[in-house]
Design a protein around this ligand. Structure first.
Ligand SMILES: *Cc1c(COP(=O)(O)O)cnc(C)c1O
Length: 425
């Protein structure tokens, strides 16, 4: 699809946008354009309401909020897992909302990394999010392996993207487990999860995905693809709030596998309060919970998941592709010759929910954007991530952002800032 880069075309797209009504459900700062929903999604009125409801239940019910009130806390993680299942393409029992990305990764590796004989290594990639690498290294150390020899990181040919064939070539008979991103956090590339899963299984290797940048942005079919496990955060595209509780998926064929990091919330719900020292592990993804859920960080997700169910992930993806397509075409027309490179793949099948714009002055261009009330985010060394979000960004916002960016460049407004990242970039 070609997008005519103009204000008129943006307005026409906004008029026919089926999801436009959701914009009013979010708290958007006036006269500001938020393009950072892939780092921290904005608060919706529905999430605010479900959070306040849980506070009210605490206020009025005390301990009885576990089993009573609007959304009883005891099985809230399971309920939210059911609500999240359509977003990852799984059955309801295969998802639990629990822990955080990094904690869930630890749990899943502790559970599914079972080195045996020659198969002792873990395969990841050199572009993945640092926390994942730290977690994998520490898991290897805990098992007595040296991460320098036992963590294999597939190389990128160009520093931006990963080639599936390079990943497949690294699936040797020494690999026990593979952990890869679904969407790369910098370049926004989508990996072909179905193909990689098939290739891994053909070689007897288990495979899981870090879905932080894909859940809520693109549809998934984890069950159909036969993915072994996945994990993600709910504060990016799912708008669950800062530090919101994360999610994990475990393929039902693995139900019953003893959790590597066990705790009483992984028990079968009817057995949990028997208070005996023999654990009856839940026969769902709920088995991989550890302790008491952070209820107040779960509660905003009730409202958010309702909205996603109503809007539909296919519709969200369709608009997201149009937003980023329009953004890229506008960048090419308006910002030519100003030193920018679009670093994400162009093919719709290979790009996620954000545009990865590279520039050698990226850090200070981001500061100038913020001064102009545009909120992007910066990823070292040279990337401006721009994420127009289907539920709350308009095509006019996208057009205006590009115009402001053009003005910043033409007037060299960025020169008054230093080209260094902030502490939180
Ligand atoms: C945001 C993000 C994380 C963050 O992990 P937390 O445990 O939630 O801090 C991990 N991996 C990826 C790919 C991310 O984008």
């Amino acid at each position: 699809m070609y997008f005519e880069p103009s204000l008129e075309f943006a307005q026409k797209l906004d008029e026919t946008d089926k999801l436009a009504k959701y914009r009013n459900e979010f708290y958007l700062k006036q006269d500001s354009i938020y393009l950072d929903g892939n780092s921290l999604g904005l608060l919706s009125k529905r999430s605010e309401k479900s959070l306040l409801q849980s506070l009210e239940d605490w206020k009025t019910l005390g301990i009885d909020g576990w089993m009573g009130g609007a959304h009883p806390w005891f099985d809230l993680s399971e309920k939210l897992g059911q609500m999240c299942a359509p977003l990852v393409g799984s059955s309801p029992e295969e998802v639990i909302v629990s822990g955080s990305t990094t904690v869930n990764l630890h749990q899943l590796v502790a559970t599914f990394y079972q080195p045996e004989g020659k198969r002792t290594k873990i395969l990841a990639d050199e572009l993945t999010f640092p926390s994942d690498i730290y977690a994998l290294q520490s898991q290897l150390r805990l098992r007595g392996y040296n991460p320098d020899t036992h963590l294999i990181q597939v190389k990128s040919r160009d520093g931006r993207l990963l080639e599936e064939e390079d990943i497949v070539a690294a699936m040797t008979d020494e690999i026990a487990l593979i952990v890869l991103p679904s969407v790369l956090y910098r370049s926004g590339q989508i990996l072909d999860m179905e193909r990689l899963t098939k290739e891994a299984h053909n070689r007897g290797i288990l495979i899981g995905f870090d879905a932080c940048h894909s859940v809520g942005a693109i549809p998934h079919h984890f069950s159909q693809w036969d993915v072994d496990f996945a994990f993600w955060c709910n504060y990016k595209h799912l708008n669950g709030g800062p530090g919101s509780v994360g999610g994990l998926y475990v393929n039902r064929k693995h139900f019953g596998t003893t959790p590597g990091l066990a705790g009483w919330f992984g028990s079968r719900k009817d057995k949990q309060f028997d208070m005996i020292h023999t654990m009856t592990v839940a026969d769902t993804a709920g088995a991989y919970q550890i302790g008491t859920p952070h209820v107040l960080s779960l509660a905003p997700l009730i409202g958010s998941f309702e909205m996603f169910a109503e809007a539909g992930i296919e519709n969200i993806r369709e608009k997201s592709l149009q937003l980023t397509g329009f953004l890229m075409d506008s960048i090419e027309q308006e910002l030519g010759g100003l030193g920018f490179t679009i670093g994400n793949p162009r093919d719709d099948k290979r790009r996620g929910g954000h545009v990865s714009l590279e520039h050698e002055e990226a850090a200070r261009i981001c500061k100038a954007l913020k001064e102009n009330d545009i909120v992007p985010d910066f990823r070292a060394p040279n990337i401006i991530r721009l994420a127009p979000v289907a539920l709350y960004t308009s095509f006019k916002d996208v057009w205006n952002s590009v115009q402001i960016l053009k003005k910043i460049m033409v007037e060299k407004q960025y020169e008054k800032f230093s080209n260094e990242r902030e502490v939180v970039a």
